[in-house]
Design a binder for this molecule. Structure first.
Ligand SMILES: Cc1ncc(COP(=O)(O)O)c(C=O)c1O
Length: 487
């Protein structure tokens, strides 16, 4: 039996993620609380019996009873002897973002903030699965390790380190990171060539400014490629214009790059974003050749390649030509985007110029965070986290491939060698946007390849599916819900 609540099935209203650290009981409580606050469960509405709900969600009846008991005591639910559990009359609905999660109905008033900044993300309706790419599993952030590392850093840092420091970043982080990058990413550089920054976005801004200052005003970008609105704004702000170079089954088309007239190119050789293609060895050499011959530079975006499933991660092109490559790394995929930590590995002759841009931008990346990262790397906790996450993503990747193979066998999935997104090739003359819109109506977030392309010329219909932040259960439920749209 499927119980309909406010027109929604329990699976839609309540999503329990067994991979999360948060216990199932507290996930269930939070889901019911927010459904009441957001008005998806109205006052007086009858809740299913604990037995029914337990069966539908695949949890124990005792867990549901404990959850109902908690919400009864907080005043969200009402229950009279002999009658069903219902949503309490005083539990006023309010927007999901207003008020702390633990606030009870007494404080649950509808609040609108006239001074809310325009860029604040509006609350998204709950989705069965959101296949947005580029997001790692946020629930797996190693809170314990990070808490340990920040506490250690705070306790042991010398007082002198609280001063303005080297704009390139903390010496100890640059030492351990240089060793890590040599070991794991086959880089060829030392700590003196590293500038710690606040993620790829800032690293790119610094490098573009350095290049623009040396007369390089046209920079090539991969097409399709990673070019969010803020990246485009970064390019404009650096006084640089972008040209687009196609990507094919072997990666960036180096002949087209040579014909473009650009003297610098931003590329993702280890795992092309978004197609997932790995740049072939021939193309790697051609790219280095192109840079050497024309006094050009590669800006290597090395964003997610630690997660490689079939073999060891491919090393960075930087290792082949450290004098011609700016390699930019980030912890946004390995740990979390919220940390805002990344690095630029610059050609020796230009390290000083990048450091100068960093100093102008903000005088340096927060030192305690840098020291915490150094401790994670040094202690082996970073590697351990990556190992654990590789297994998590491998399972999600397999769940996605299996779900598609059984529900939508005509749709082809490619680009899964590394990272946590793939490309779904829709069969026949499908309309990407129509599929995305229809999926949204079924509470599944899908994303069109069109938004990664530079032009509007016709291209085969494709979707970019991220699975980093989607549990195996949600992957299966999400694909099952939209299978007929995918062919
Ligand atoms: C291709 C690519 N590069 C870099 C990043 C990370 O950028 P940042 O370090 O600024 O978070 C992302 C995040 O989605 C990405 O998809």
């Amino acid at each position: 039996m499927t119980i309909q609540w406010a027109g929604l099935s329990p699976e839609l209203l309540i999503q329990l993620d067994r991979d999360r650290e948060q216990p199932l009981r507290s996930q269930l409580e939070a889901a019911i609380r927010s459904a009441i606050r957001e008005g998806r469960l109205a006052a007086g509405e009858r809740l299913p019996s604990s037995r029914e709900l337990a069966r539908d969600l695949g949890v124990s009846r005792g867990l549901v009873q404990e959850c109902y008991g908690q919400l009864l005591s907080e005043g969200y639910l009402d229950s009279r002897v002999g009658s069903a559990t219902r949503v309490a009359g005083g539990a006023v609905s309010m927007p999901a973002s207003a008020g702390p999660a633990s606030a009870g109905p007494a404080s649950a008033v509808s609040v609108t903030d006239p001074a809310a900044p325009a860029f604040r993300k509006s609350p998204r309706p709950p989705l069965i699965a959101d296949f947005r790419s580029g997001v790692p599993d946020l629930a797996s952030f190693p809170r314990g390790d990070w808490a340990w590392a920040t506490q250690q850093a705070c306790r042991t840092t010398a007082s002198a380190d609280f001063d303005y420091g080297d704009p390139r970043g903390s010496d100890s982080l640059r030492q351990v990171l240089a060793g890590y990058l040599r070991r794991v990413r086959a880089s060829a550089a030392g700590p003196e060539d590293l500038i710690i920054c606040t993620g790829y976005a800032q690293g790119l801004a610094l490098v573009l400014r350095v290049l623009a200052g040396r007369g390089i005003r046209t920079v090539a970008f991969e097409d399709p490629g990673y070019g969010t609105d803020d990246i485009s704004a970064t390019v404009r702000a650096a006084g640089v214009s972008a040209v687009h170079v196609p990507v094919d089954g072997n990666g960036l088309d180096v002949a087209a790059l040579a014909a473009s007239g650009a003297r610098a190119v931003v590329a993702t050789p280890a795992h092309q974003s978004p197609t997932g293609v790995v740049l072939t060895p021939e193309r790697r050499h051609a790219l280095v050749e192109w840079a050497r011959r024309g006094d050009g530079y590669l800006i290597e975006d090395d964003y997610d390649s630690e997660f490689r499933y079939d073999r060891e991660p491919v090393g960075m092109v930087q290792g082949l030509a450290p004098d011609r490559v700016f390699a930019i790394g980030t912890v946004s995929k390995a740990l979390a985007p919220a940390l805002r930590i990344g690095w630029v590995l610059a050609p020796a002759a230009l390290t000083g110029a990048v450091a100068q841009e960093k100093e102008i931008a903000d005088r340096g990346t927060p030192v305690l965070d840098q020291l915490a990262l150094a401790l994670l790397l040094e202690s082996g906790r970073y590697d351990r986290h990556l190992r654990r996450m590789r297994a998590v993503y491998a399972r999600r990747r397999a769940a996605l491939a299996d779900a598609l193979a059984s529900h939508s066998p005509r749709a082809r999935l490619t680009g899964l060698a590394a990272g946590f997104h793939g490309v779904l090739h829709l069969p026949g003359p499908a309309d990407e946007q129509a599929v995305v819109d229809a999926a949204r109506h079924r509470s599944v977030g899908l994303y069109p390849m069109r938004s990664y392309r530079s032009g509007s010329s016709p291209a085969p219909p494709q979707l970019v599916l991220g699975f980093g932040n989607v549990s195996e259960h949600a992957v299966r439920a999400g694909i099952a819900a939209v299978a007929d749209l995918l062919g």
